[in-house]
Write a protein that binds this ligand. Structure first.
Ligand SMILES: [Zn+2]
Length: 82
């Protein structure tokens, strides 16, 4: 399955399974290619270290998701045309 990725604007293989439960995971599968997801996995480590995120705190996940959405350009309008 390919996706017209909102981050790199190319038709590329999608993720095989949602990386998160719920709507966020579905949104990532629908909008983001596997390559960009792998780039996020590298960036995620940097974000966790930079903000010293402690996942015992609910806030930590909020911060991570905010950076994820920004990094993956999830809140930008989807490209038009297939
Ligand atoms: Zn991409």
């Amino acid at each position: 399955m390919t996706v017209n990725c909102v981050r790199c604007h190319q038709d590329k293989p999608a993720l095989e399974a949602p990386p998160y439960p719920g709507d966020l995971g579905e949104e990532i599968v629908a909008k983001i290619c596997n390559d960009c997801w792998n780039e996020w996995l590298q960036a995620e480590i940097i974000v966790i270290n930079e903000f010293r995120l402690n996942f015992m705190e609910p806030r930590a996940n909020e911060i991570l998701v905010r950076h994820l959405r920004e990094f993956l350009a999830l809140d930008q309008p989807a490209p038009t045309g297939e």
